[in-house]
Write a protein that binds this ligand. Sequence first.
Ligand code: CA
Length: 245
Amino acid sequence: MNQLADSHILVVEDEPDLRRGLQHNLELEGYKVDTAADGREGLRKARDGHPALVLLDLMLPGMSGLEVLRHLRETGHEMPIIIVSAKGQDRDKVQGLELGADDYLTKPFGLGELTARIRAVLRRTQTGAKAAAGDRPAVAGVMQFPDLTIDWRRFSVLRDGVETQLSRYEAEILRMLVEHRGEVVSRQDLLRKVWGYVHLPTTRTVDNHIARLRKKIERDVENPVHVVTVHGLGYRFESPLREPS
Ligand code: CA
């Protein structure tokens, strides 16, 4: 992997002293750092600059961090994002995680905590990408189910002749459910394996991503046939695998 591309961090922070301090300290740690002073500039640089990771303050002038995050995820940008919230912004923090942030930091934080989080998120997302591309004989290539084809090489699903791209989280959730097809997978297991969280105030994050996944794979989201809810326990992938003819 490209060392430089892997270590390029975009810091989106409107407070000049904090922005400069973060840049200086992260550069001392060996990262290549780009900065943005407001939400719109942050969105543009995140889209165009291909950073390996974005450190995204939530309270920003013009366009909030949550809006930046939402735009990025909606347009298929899957780079890891750590959101930075002030004390008392717990609701925004949870919403950020539900919108697809990878982790969060609460101000004030120390340099040690910051770099530990950055390393953990980069390790987790890069291992995830490698595992997704690597050899897992049970779930690989193209798999066919009644009314649904999953292409793991392209992270896409095909239904009624229409191909739809999955987000990284949707693909990892689906992968875990298909790997354990016929068995119940709990929300906690999904949080731990897909997101890497040990503690999270809500498992609604999982439900929201399942809802989005169902829109892509189910003909009728009210009556799902592939990913079914097992009340009080979690989710189960039910469709039988079709052997290639
Ligand atoms: Ca701010």
